[in-house]
Design a binder for this molecule. Structure first.
Ligand SMILES: *Cc1c(COP(=O)(O)O)cnc(C)c1O
Length: 370
């Protein structure tokens, strides 16, 4: 495929704009080599790894400003494993799932487990979103904080349904990049390979006292729960600074460094301002362009961490993405199943706002010459 050679002075310093796995900062990789030298390849049941797990848990608690009684739990298998764990150990009878993209849809799929009532699925077209609505008999209300497949972000406000109903939020691409009040959720779970700039393979969840009570109650019931997917198991192990089975130590090391970096810089408020700066630059550019428009029509729904830009028929977005890739600017392709003439660009906290501005210049230059 022909591509446009970008002049050096237009290139971003770092060309990684993918939505996950996403850019890992150089300092994190250095920490992996230095600090990792005494941790990688050692037992996860001994003090060095346990203290790493402890550090990650307490930094996450700081980052999310956890209220009293909330705890951070962790397990292997990423957010996808968490969905199945939730079907076994968090949903008591029935979930309400908001579905407006791939990831919300996957949790709804897990919530169709045969021991549960069919979930109350509230669908909306990609690029828009649905809202939760209290329904009698629903004990889990679930939606993504940021739908990574479409670039729609949602407000996090507790649903006041039946007494004890839990609000359960997928923060996989939002965690550490969008400010919010975690007290509005009972479970805020995520994998760290998106905005948190680590590697995959693990899930983490901030859980409220009500969620802990639910986890313990279902675990004590006669429902069959596989050991690997047991949230009670995750709770008990997390309190001992470990996971049920061997965790990815690399993921923990990269995550711990990233959390330290965000906290040092000012935590979630700082991260939020930084992702806003980057995403605002892209949305403003698309609004002003005569070939591009933000895919998410309602500005209130536009994600500050995943920016989706549609192009009209004069521009072949796939050719633009391929040309950028040939210049070392990677992963600007849209979510594969969305099938739009689109670029999707991560504006995660690790990505320099200056690099986003360079990316915009690079896209303009490419479009003019393709
Ligand atoms: C990437 C992503 C997931 C899946 O995470 P895995 O760790 O790969 O299972 C789930 N939810 C959202 C919102 C995501 O962006």
């Amino acid at each position: 495929m022909p591509h446009v050679e970008l002049p050096r002075d237009l290139l971003p310093a770092d060309g990684r704009f993918g939505c996950g796995p996403s850019k890992i900062r150089g300092a994190q990789l250095e920490a992996l080599v230095t600090r990792g030298a005494t941790i990688l390849g050692t037992s996860h049941r001994q003090a060095p790894v346990k203290s790493l797990v402890g550090s990650v848990r307490s930094r996450l608690a700081d980052l999310l400003r956890l209220p009293d009684g909330y705890e951070v739990i962790a397990g292997d298998g990423g957010s996808t494993a968490f969905w199945d764990a939730a079907a076994f150990g968090l949903i008591e009878r029935r979930a309400q799932n908001l579905v407006f993209g791939e990831f919300g849809g996957k949790f709804a799929g897990a919530a169709k487990a045969p021991w549960l009532q069919a979930p109350d699925v509230r669908k909306a077209e990609p690029g828009t979103r649905s809202s939760a609505e209290p329904v009698a008999g629903v004990d889990v209300y679930a939606w993504p904080h940021n739908e990574t497949s479409t670039g729609v972000a949602t407000p996090i406000t507790r649903v006041h349904g039946d007494e004890g109903a839990l609000t359960v939020i997928d923060g996989t691409s939002a965690a550490g990049g969008i400010d919010f009040d975690v007290a509005e959720a009972d479970v805020y779970y995520f994998a760290p390979q998106k905005n948190l700039g680590s590697d995959g393979g693990l899930w983490f969840a901030a859980v409220s006292p009500a969620a802990i009570e639910r986890i313990e109650r279902i675990a004590a019931s006669d429902r069959y729960i596989p050991e690997f997917l047991s949230l009670k198991n995750a709770l008990d192990n997390s309190r001992l600074q470990q996971t049920l089975n061997t965790p990815a130590l690399t993921t923990l090391l990269l995550l711990d460094d990233q959390l330290g970096w965000i906290l040092e810089n000012g935590g979630l408020t700082w991260a939020n301002a930084r992702t806003r700066e980057s995403s605002d630059a892209l949305y403003a550019w698309a609004e002003a362009s005569d070939v591009a428009t933000p895919f998410v029509a309602d500005p209130a729904d536009r994600s500050p961490v995943v920016v989706t830009i549609d192009f009209d028929e004069r521009v072949d977005a796939a050719a633009v993405a391929a040309s950028l890739r040939a210049n070392g600017i990677v992963d600007t392709e849209p979510y594969r199943k969305l099938g739009r003439n689109q670029l999707r660009i991560a504006t995660f906290v690790s990505i320099e706002p200056d690099d986003v501005r360079q990316l915009i210049r690079s896209i303009d230059y490419t479009i003019e010459r393709l």
